[in-house]
Write a protein that binds this ligand. Structure first.
Ligand code: 5GP
Length: 200
């Protein structure tokens, strides 16, 4: 059985990554979404083990020391990281895995998993990003400004990603990501020629 595809989805907070990843997993049942760990406090409605594993800073740092994260980063003062074991297990079982992580994490994955596919998601324009962040009401205005500041910095690394997808319309963006996955799976480097083609 061949290893699953490791997919990284990054982009500014408010780009719609979370919604896109959930819709992608519904559309493609062979894909699993990795659940990250974070030290940020849960937002209303978020459940431990579903949106994130909510950890104390001490607990997170212990796990970093023990090599428990495939990648990890600090975002606006909080730690975020991808638990290593579940991802490795799913890939070994041939399942595709999506990591919804920031660009610092994405670039770490690029180094440790050169075969990973990195996709950057952007809303159609800056104004839309601002409106989406304000509209979802999960952050106060100061936090929105901070997230917009981080977003500007993140744009610098777009060229180190493999693909850019504009999330103007959710279903079109999901279609596009599904097409990228299909194309990536057809790459010759990911495919072995069946034995009977070698000795016809
Ligand atoms: P939020 O606080 O809005 O849930 O997430 C803030 C940022 O952290 C987002 O850009 C999100 O993609 C990123 N993030 C979430 N989980 C991880 C992770 O495991 N690793 C890294 N590096 N970033 C993450």
């Amino acid at each position: 059985m061949s290893e699953g595809l490791l997919l990284v989805i990054s982009g500014p907070s408010g780009a719609g990554k979370g919604t896109l990843c959930r819709a992608l997993c519904q559309r493609c049942p062979q894909i699993s979404l990795s659940v990250s760990a974070t030290t940020r406090p849960p937002r209303s409605g978020e459940v431990h083990g579903r949106e994130y594993f909510f950890l104390s800073r001490d607990d997170f740092e212990e796990r970093v020391k023990a090599g428990g994260f495939l990648e990890w980063a600090t975002y606006l003062g909080n730690y975020y990281g991808t638990p290593r074991e579940p991802v490795q297990k799913m890939l070994a079982q041939g399942r595709d895995v999506v990591l919804e992580i920031d660009v610092q994490g994405g670039l770490q994955v690029r180094k440790s998993y050169p075969s990973a596919v990195l996709i950057f998601i952007l809303p159609p324009d800056w104004q839309t990003l601002k409106q989406r962040l304000l509209g979802r009401g999960t952050e106060d205005e100061l936090a929105v400004e901070e997230r917009l500041g981080v977003a500007l910095g993140e744009l610098d690394v777009i060229t180190q990603y493999d693909y850019l997808v504009i999330n103007d319309n959710l279903s079109t963006a999901v279609d596009t990501v599904a097409c990228i996955i299909t194309a990536e799976k057809c790459r010759t480097v990911r495919n072995k020629l069946p034995a009977d083609w070698k000795n016809p």
